[in-house]
Design a protein around this ligand. Structure first.
Ligand code: AQP
Length: 342
């Protein structure tokens, strides 16, 4: 398959426990901004979600909710292919093939594997090999760009290594993808603890994460209790002691689209961190309000969501299945012959 004139973009998000403000700022908001300029594929990565124990009924419900939320955020099925990973079998097939070219040491070094495995009583094989599935997700579309938050950069680098290894062993097939990390907002921190990433799996901690579906009251309360420092200076800073203020300003900057200078100018004359927290909360509430309203309408139409997922999967399979057939052939697997008529 030749490359299209426009760069192809692939990215994914797990259907686990709602969409955080971190997911939105670090990934989804940028996906929406790419639409129209690039050839986009956005994937609800449910096969990644099951690397950690999931309740089956809840996972199914979360998946539909995520589809509704992505559309509510502005992903447009007319301009982007939005689909569910488990609906396109090319992903698991390619993952197995790539497992067979990936040294296990590469996977054992992954930071996310090390972090997540210490939190599990029993570590599943899928948690170790999940970056290979992620590599398959990206490579079977010959994606040029992978817009992700900072935490996924290492996995995209691994994807590049796997692609180069495959190309070296069997011949040039894969495009070597580039991670696209936003300059600002690539790592939104927890409001309760600005030294840790805002993440779904820490969302049980009070005041840690904002979810896009949260009510205005919940958002306001979480920002009011956001951890800052004992000073009073409202400016961007790399100083770990000012990480809380830096995080609030980063959220404000990415949501308003203003640069650092203009953001700091907005807070000249502010009465301390109380004012800052209130202004950031109001900005987030107003930005999320239309998203929440669209979400409420979309989630009431499950048949429409399912139809969108089906159309997305058909479009995705049409691109990826021929590439997986090529992988198998290059690796020496024998193509199935068409059945003989008797
Ligand atoms: N805090 C964050 N700041 C910026 N970007 C973030 N992303 C996640 N958290 C932040 C980006 O969101 C995209 C989708 O993430 P995911 O659903 O694949 O899961 P994740 O990276 O594992 O997100 P979480 O919330 O941190 O989930 P858990 O707690 O399960 O690990 C990715 O592009 C990611 O970089």
């Amino acid at each position: 398959m030749g490359q299209t004139a426009r760069p192809r973009v692939f990215s994914g998000i797990q259907p686990t426990s709602g969409v955080t403000l971190g997911n939105y700022i670090g990934a989804i908001k940028n996906w929406v901004d790419f639409q129209g300029q690039k050839d986009n594929l956005f994937c609800l990565v449910d096969l990644h979600a099951i690397t950690i124990k999931q309740d089956p009924a809840e996972l199914r419900a979360r998946t539909r909710e995520l589809m509704a939320m992505l559309l509510a955020c502005g992903l447009d099925p007319a301009r982007s292919i939005v689909f569910l990973q488990s609906h396109v079998r090319a992903h698991t097939e390619a993952a197995w093939l790539l497992n067979c070219v990936t040294p296990i040491g590469w996977l054992q070094k992954m930071t996310q594997f090390k972090d997540k495995s210490v939190k599990q009583e029993s570590v599943l094989t899928g948690l170790l090999t999940y970056p290979v599935l992620m590599a398959a997700d990206i490579l079977i579309y010959k994606a040029n760009e992978v817009p992700v938050g900072e935490d996924q950069k290492q996995h995209v680098e691994l994807t590049r290594n796997i692609a180069e290894r495959f190309n070296g062993l069997f011949g040039e097939l894969f495009v070597i993808p580039e991670p696209v990390i936003p300059k600002l907002g690539a790592r939104i921190m927890g409001l309760d603890d600005p030294s840790t990433k805002m993440s779904k799996s820490s969302a049980h901690k009070p005041g840690h994460a904002i979810f896009l579906s949260d009510s205005a009251d919940t958002i306001l309360r979480a920002f009011k209790r956001a951890v800052t420092d004992s000073g009073g200076e409202i400016r961007f800073s790399d100083d770990p002691l000012k990480a809380g203020v830096n995080n609030l300003l980063t959220i404000y900057a990415t949501i308003t689209g203003k640069d650092r200078v203009n953001v700091e100018a907005d807070f000249i004359g502010a009465r301390g961190y109380g004012d800052l927290k209130l202004r950031v909360a109001e900005t987030v509430i107003e930005a999320l309000r239309p998203i929440r309203e669209r979400y409420e309408a979309l989630i009431k139409e499950p048949a429409n969501l399912d139809a969108n997922m089906r159309r997305g999967a058909e479009a995705a399979a049409a691109i990826s299945e021929p590439i997986v057939r090529q992988m198998k052939e290059m690796m020496g697997l024998t193509p199935a012959q068409p059945s003989l008529s008797v």
